[in-house]
Design a protein around this ligand. Sequence first.
Ligand SMILES: Nc1ncnc2c1ncn2[C@@H]1O[C@H](COP(=O)(O)OP(=O)(O)OP(=O)(O)O)[C@@H](O)[C@H]1O
Length: 128
Amino acid sequence: MEKPKKDPIYKSFGYAFEGIFAVIKKERNMKIHCCMMILVIAAGIFFQISVIKWCLCFSLFGLIMALEMVNTAVEAVVDLVTEERRPLAKLAKDAAAGAVLIASIMAAVAGVMIFVPEFLRFADQIFI
Ligand SMILES: Nc1ncnc2c1ncn2[C@@H]1O[C@H](COP(=O)(O)OP(=O)(O)OP(=O)(O)O)[C@@H](O)[C@H]1O
C-alpha cells in the first residue's frame, strides 16, 4: 500500500504554532507561564545577568512551557477517550499536571538562586 504524502515542512511548523496559540488561548496556566517569562526577561535585562544565567532561564522557560503543552495534550486525549470517572484517567491527568508542577517548583528555586544575589548586589550599589 502506498504511504500517504507528508505535508511540506512549513505546514508542519504551521500546525505546531497553531497548537502553541491554542494552548495559550485555552489554558490559564500557560498565560501565567507567559507572564512569568516576560517578568523574568525584564528582570534579566534590568540586572544585566550573564549569558550562562540567560541560558538557564531560557532552558527553564522551554521546559515548563513544553510540559504545559504535553499536559494539555494528555488532558485532551483523556477527555477524548472517556467522559466517565476512571482511575487511569485520573492517574494520566494528575501525573501530567505533576510534571508541570515539579518543573515549576525547580524553576522557582533556580530563579531565587539567580535573582536574589543580583538584587542584593543592586541594593548594595544603591544604598551604600
Ligand atoms: N475522566 C476522569 N476520571 C477520573 N478523574 C478525572 C477525570 N477527569 C478529570 N479527573 C480528575 O479531576 C481533576 C481535574 O480535571 P480537569 O480535566 O478539570 O483538569 P484540571 O486539573 O482542572 O486542568 P486544567 O485547569 O489545566 O484544565 C484531574 O486532575 C483529575 O484528578
